[in-house]
Design a protein around this ligand. Structure first.
Ligand code: AMP
Ligand code: ZN
Length: 138
């Protein structure tokens, strides 16, 4: 429990949230600023952050609930699709520093666009160099 963390306060029940699912390790609640109505956040009860410092067994349990919420959005909200999103660090757009997965129901006519601007490597060698930098630490 981190007293300064709003999601820890939601877990503790000292900050209100509209819960949709909870178990011993995990909590899912409605995002107050939905990208699309039904947008849900899935968090571990314990304070972890970021993704890279979260134990793999915690992530495994969390991902099972992400799947459960995605399924509920498909069946309960009749979503046509689901986006799963997770941010680490302010450079990645993270605002709340308690690990959370966004599970966002998508509808064919929901009007949301990610503005996914695909770019290009300067040359094939540049991509090979970037891949080599990753392989070197894996
Ligand atoms: P991120 O940018 O990935 O850190 O996302 C943080 C998310 O938390 C945003 O989508 C906010 O709308 C949401 N949020 C912040 N405060 C609350 C709260 N008290 N209850 C529910 N969602 C919240
Ligand atoms: Zn926290």
């Amino acid at each position: 429990m981190n007293a300064d963390c709003i999601f820890c306060r939601i877990v503790a029940g000292t900050m209100p949230a509209t819960r949709v699912y909870e178990d011993a390790d995990t909590l899912a609640f409605m995002d107050i600023g939905p990208i699309v109505k039904g947008h849900t956040l899935v968090i571990p009860r314990e304070h972890f952050d970021p993704l890279t410092q979260t134990p793999a067994p915690v992530l495994a349990k969390l991902m099972a609930v992400v799947q459960k919420i995605a399924q509920a959005q498909m069946t309960g909200l009749r979503a046509d699709g689901v986006n799963v999103l997770q941010a680490n660090g302010t450079a990645a757009g993270q605002v709340v520093p308690h690990l959370h997965f966004h599970v966002i129901p998508r509808f064919r006519a929901d009007g949301h666009h990610w503005n996914w601007a695909a770019k290009k490597y300067e040359c094939p060698e540049e991509m090979q160099q970037v891949a080599a930098a990753l392989r070197a630490v894996l």
